[in-house]
Design a protein around this ligand. Structure first.
Ligand SMILES: NC(=O)c1ccc[n+]([C@@H]2O[C@H](COP(=O)([O-])OP(=O)(O)OC[C@H]3O[C@@H](n4cnc5c(N)ncnc54)[C@H](O)[C@@H]3O)[C@@H](O)[C@H]2O)c1
Length: 264
């Protein structure tokens, strides 16, 4: 495959695990120098070590603006430029609103929403100076509609979606494209806890028209497309990568209920 990211520098937050790690591997495989940013120092260091010379890990908490600014400076001083920012770090939360601790609300907003703003605030001046760049933000289908018990996460991811749109139009004439991916359920540690509830995984699989969770690589592939020159006229796009979840109104499967068709 052509080295789409040869000579380019990509920064991936939440790059030590899951979707971020898959994206780190893909950008690197396609020629990029990659900076892995994460609070997981062990995972990030191991991945950078495995990839070798064109990769490095920078311990960063994306909810801390000074840390994110230092991260961007480090990427530029290590590799000379910054072409791609994948704002992907995130955490979940699950609680009805009255039981949701204020600290948990703040933690989710600080990581999932503030972290994306901080990444763009620090990176856009560098990209503008260079004459362009591509930013991909990881939102979620949970930013497009509500989920039972996901109040903080729904709010943060909806914020990421509209922030993506604003950033896209504000910087379109500066050669900076800004897009978001909205994954459906993906097999990563963030939702590993569901295996503790008997039957939940099968129920969740069944709620996806494709009948399964995504692999992290299936999200990374779309992020890489959005970050590449193949998406040169794509900005402000909010792209579900969800096996068909958001194509569905949420109504029951009448074909199955009535024993008709093969929509199992
Ligand atoms: N897995 C899913 O089903 C799913 C669905 C939709 C959206 N997403 C989103 O995808 C993104 C990646 O999640 P994932 O599924 O790969 O989970 P993951 O837990 O495998 O990866 C998340 C990474 O972010 C890091 N991280 C957490 N807080 C951080 C912070 N404050 N600063 C820096 N790094 C931090 C974690 O250490 C971890 O390495 C998240 O934004 C998540 O909300 C995931």
């Amino acid at each position: 495959m052509e080295a789409r990211f040869g000579g380019r520098v990509a920064l991936v937050t939440g790059g030590a695990s899951g979707i971020g790690a898959a994206a780190v591997r893909q950008f690197h495989r396609e020629g990029a120098c990659v900076v892995i940013a994460d609070v997981d120092a062990a995972g990030g260091t191991a991945l950078a070590g495995e990839l070798g010379a064109r990769a490095r890990f920078h311990a960063t908490d994306v909810s801390d603006y000074d840390a994110v600014e230092a991260l961007v400076l480090e990427a530029v001083s290590a590799f000379g430029r910054l072409d791609v920012l994948f704002n992907n770090a995130g955490i979940g939360s699950f609680s009805p609103i009255p039981d949701l601790a204020v600290e948990d609300w703040q933690r989710v907003i600080a990581t999932d929403l503030n972290g994306v703003f901080y990444g763009m605030k620090a990176a856009i001046p560098v990209m503008r100076e260079q004459g362009g760049g591509a930013i991909v933000n990881t939102a979620s289908i949970s930013g497009l509609s509500g989920d039972y018990g996901f109040a903080a996460y729904n709010a943060a991811k909806a914020g990421v979606i509209n922030l993506t749109r604003t950033a896209a139009i504000d910087h379109a004439r500066e050669g900076i494209r800004v897009n978001a991916v909205c994954p459906g359920p993906v097999d990563t540690p963030i939702i590993a806890g569901i295996s503790e509830v008997p039957g939940l995984r099968a129920t969740w699989d069944d709620a996806v028209p494709m009948g399964r969770f995504a692999r992290p690589e299936e999200i990374a592939e779309v992020a890489a497309f959005l970050a590449s020159d193949a998406a040169s006229y794509v900005t402000g796009a909010i792209i579900p990568v969800d096996g068909g979840v958001t194509a569905h109104t949420g109504q029951p499967n009448l074909l199955r209920a009535m024993g008709r068709g093969d929509a199992s």
